[in-house]
Ligand binder design. Sequence first.
Ligand SMILES: [Zn+2]
Ligand SMILES: [Zn+2]
Length: 298
Amino acid sequence: MIDFERGRIRFIRGGKYPQSNSVLIDDDIRTIIDPACDEEKLLKIHGERPIEVIINSHGHEDHFLYNSRFPDAQLWVHELDANAFRDINAFFNQFFHPEEVDEKTEAEWSTFFADVVKYQPREPDRLLEDEEILDFGETRVHVLHTPGHSPGHLSFHFAEEKVLFLADLDLVKFGPYYGDKASSIDDTIRSLHRLAKIEVDVYLVSHGKDGILDGDPEHIHRYLDVIYKREEKLLDLLASGPKSLEEVTAEGIIYGGRSLSEGAWELSMSERTMMHKHLQRLDHKRTVKEENGFYHLV
Ligand SMILES: [Zn+2]
Ligand SMILES: [Zn+2]
């Protein structure tokens, strides 16, 4: 059941979306970061000795998937993602404006949240801050605020064990995800540079086949490069003439232009948001300019 352990750290792999990998701190204060790997496994662990604290790396459903199964545990999160736990509308608002969502998507999300997530609004018991050191008994973890994927995204550095949990800065081949309204490309870049400077033996991440990588910063640099490669492709496209955001989205630079969905989520929406963020970033750098709904190179 445990896929990796060091000291009191236990790493348990999850399946595909909507699951993600969990980090159990099997210490005096039994704590789980992202209870989203597997309901049965998590309940078994909880049955052996109760989990007292849930930490969520951020406010995405595939990380708080089974939070509701631990109503007596404390909930610790970063303030900038806290509203996603307090209120389901705030959760949805981080992705899109309510008027952007069609009825079918809304119905699918509602069913998923009622039946699978069993979402219960919850006031966090503690708001975690950057550079805070949490002590669980033998284990100490350094909290790192690493925004970009979401504003309140956290990573966790176990200095003594030389382990870094990067959560959804997940180092997968696909590259970083910044497709929410609240995501930021520049913050993602800054956070990744910061994480690359931390010397550890092992990187743990939330997704991907394995979720366990050697602590080689090259993994982070390769992941960062995906951002710049996407941007180069976008610039190449604009070199052929001005394009609207819809035309850029249809090109499928990130998802290949196929109609894909993940659960109730249309990936064309992510493609559109991510490309829009790239265009805005290039606009700030005065490389691209928008006129009458069309983007062109300066
Ligand atoms: Zn996420
Ligand atoms: Zn995730």
